[in-house]
Design a protein around this ligand. Structure first.
Ligand SMILES: [Zn+2]
Length: 269
């Protein structure tokens, strides 16, 4: 799994042309478990599985770890059959209980593909796996503060409450004041939204400040390698820029269809 910085998250980009979003309809949930909802941190956890082992010793986690071990002893086909009975939201919540269970669940990509189909959602957009897409669709919390039931940003594919939109989405003028000395070229490689505070399309491009921060460090890192005369550094930098430009383009292309699908999705859930 390839990892990029900031909110652009993980996974190999999908072909945008595969994202045919129009006309999807949700089924009614199988049964409600809405009182147990995942937080944004949990959403990230599903999106970005850690390679590290969970530190042992906390008594309260023993039962959960035992559950992951128990599941690990079951034949994969049986685990799949059992987990298929869980609604998508419950599966996301289960993945957030501990790292062992999360690793186990993320090791069954077909499970997440089926859950995505259960939601009648289209193929995941660029940078999203099926697991992350299901998590995104069922976890409607503000990306930064965690407040519930906020509207998604169709361009950045994140949820932001009104307060956090105002605090963390910045235009190019604000970028200059917050990140003095940062090359204007950098903005070409950062996904942006054109939704305003009223969730309407706007000509002004807004960047998530954390994305700018992450890109700044990455950018400087490449420049330092080039200045130090590291072999192949310029080629690596050019390749990075090309990849990021494609990502920004894909995110923009997908926003229109994402808009239509997510509006319909949110009206039904
Ligand atoms: Zn917020």
């Amino acid at each position: 799994m390839k990892e990029t910085e900031g909110n652009v998250d993980t996974d190999t980009p999908h072909e945008v042309k595969s994202l045919s979003i129009v006309g999807f309809r949700l089924r009614e949930p199988h049964h409600s478990t809405a009182n147990h909802k995942a937080t944004p941190e949990m959403h990230e956890a599903v999106s970005k599985p850690s390679e590290s082992q969970q530190a042992p010793g906390k008594r309260k986690n023993i039962k959960r770890r035992d559950l992951s071990r128990f599941l690990g002893t079951m034949p994969p086909e049986l685990i799949f059959e059992v987990l298929m009975y869980l609604p998508p939201q419950d599966l996301v919540n289960m993945a957030c209980t501990n790292k062992g269970i999360r690793r186990l669940l993320l090791s069954i990509p077909l499970l997440w593909e089926r859950k995505r189909e259960e939601l009648e959602a289209p193929a995941p957009p660029p940078t999203f796996s099926n697991a992350k897409w299901v998590s995104f669709l069922t976890t409607k919390h503000c990306y930064t503060c965690g407040v519930c039931n906020v509207r998604p940003d169709y361009y950045l594919l994140k949820y932001f409450c009104v307060k956090c939109r105002a605090a963390y989405l910045i235009n190019d003028i604000k970028v200059k004041s917050m990140f003095p000395g940062l090359s204007e070229e950098v903005l070409r490689y950062i996904p942006y939204t054109q939704m305003n505070a009223q969730f309407k399309h706007n000509e002004t491009r807004l960047y998530y400040s954390q994305d700018v921060e992450s890109m700044k460090f990455r950018w400087n890192w490449y420049l330092e390698d080039i200045e130090a005369g590291k072999e192949g550094a310029k080629e690596v930098f050019d390749s990075f820029k090309k990849e990021r430009a494609a990502l920004v383009r894909d995110m923009q292309e997908v926003s229109n269809s994402a808009h239509r699908f997510l509006d319909g999705f949110n009206m039904r859930t």
